[in-house]
Design a protein around this ligand. Structure first.
Ligand code: CUA
Length: 335
């Protein structure tokens, strides 16, 4: 009895981890709901089969042992019965397997139909170890590039185009959809929809190197008007520095190697191999979910990127304390 109580408690504690903002068992959109239903159905059916098999194995063990020297009798009836049991088991297994395959197939069709009328297309490019997020638009001046956080309008289907520049990554927002790989030289299509506004965490789900674990992403679903306002804000060039310190920071930034990799709209900084910093301070996290956005964390990240995220491509830049403070003051103003 103690063992079964301990087992039930362990399972209950384990499943506790499945609630919240990153859980396939807590679906917040049609794709995730379809998948959660499949997960429960598959698990339930497999558990039932497992219990039946265990009973079938345990029964003979619990029967009384027969006499050793049982006389050898040819019993045609008993043999026929055994054959019928075996055939029934085989037929049942086949029916279950074909049934589960059909269910998967139907679910796949449902998932594929979610974004068929999507009005918004976002290209997500995997990098070691962050996500480039580009809002496609027929008007070139309306194309928007940001990083790691994907704002979408709630209640509307959105089409994501997934690709990578280096190795294979995998995009997975468990509360909203299944996972799909980002493969160099290939464009995969994933349609998602969030039923309600909210923040849903995602995680790279394909081992991609040292900082695979620190490759988080966030889907921020907002009401339409709020999303449109966000998008318009993000399309504006970077805010001009408000203080002398920030002004100094901007000058430092533009004279340092930072500009080789980062872009800041409205300034000569035009690098494209690292996250676009035009509105960096409007994001909730830094370094793909590694740190929350704050003055202290910005300073920590710039002062010691290899301490925060060993192996990342952000190099250590030689800066004095005053210079670091100035650059942080500048970046902090890029809302
Ligand atoms: Cu990217 Cu794991």
């Amino acid at each position: 009895r103690f063992a079964s109580i301990a087992f039930a408690t362990a399972i209950a504690l384990f499943l506790q981890g499945c609630a919240g903002w990153q859980s396939a068992l807590d679906p917040k959109g049609p794709a995730a709901s379809e998948l959660a239903w499949l997960i429960w159905f598959f698990t339930g059916l497999c558990a039932a089969v497992w219990v039946l098999v265990m009973i079938a194995l345990a029964l003979p063990l619990m029967m009384r042992p027969r006499e050793r020297a049982e006389p050898l009798v040819i019993d045609a009836d008993a043999d026929n019965r055994k054959l019928r049991v075996v055939l029934t088991a085989v037929a049942l297994t086949a029916v279950i397997l074909v049934g589960l395959t059909l269910l998967s197939f139907i679910a796949n069709r449902t998932l594929a139909a979610i974004g068929s009328d999507a009005a918004l297309t976002i290209r997500v490019t995997g990098h070691q170890w962050w996500w480039e997020v580009r809002y496609e638009d027929a008007t070139p001046s309306r194309i928007l590039t940001t990083a790691n956080e994907i704002h979408i309008p709630a209640g509307e289907p959105v089409r994501l185009l997934l690709t990578s520049t280096d190795v294979i990554h995998s995009f997975w927002i468990p509360s909203l959809s299944g996972k799909l790989d980002l493969i160099p030289g290939r464009m995969n299509v994933l349609d998602i929809k969030a039923d309600k506004p909210g923040v849903y965490r995602g995680q790279c789900a394909e081992f991609c190197g040292a900082q695979h674990a620190n490759m988080g992403t966030f889907i921020i679903a907002e009401p339409r008007e709020k999303f449109d306002a966000w998008r318009n804000d993000q399309l504006q060039p970077a805010a001009a520095p408000m203080s002398d310190e920030a002004k100094t920071g901007e000058n430092l930034f533009l004279r340092r190697p930072c500009v080789m990799c980062h872009k800041i709209g409205g300034t000569p900084a035009g690098g494209t191999v690292a996250p676009d910093l035009t509105h960096v301070a409007s994001r909730q996290t830094l370094a793909a979910g590694t740190l929350t956005m704050s003055r202290g964390n910005l300073a920590a990240w710039i002062a010691d990127p290899q301490g925060v995220k060993p192996g990342s491509h952000m190099p250590v830049v030689d800066l004095s304390g005053d210079e670091l403070n100035a650059i942080v003051a500048y970046l902090e103003g890029l809302k």
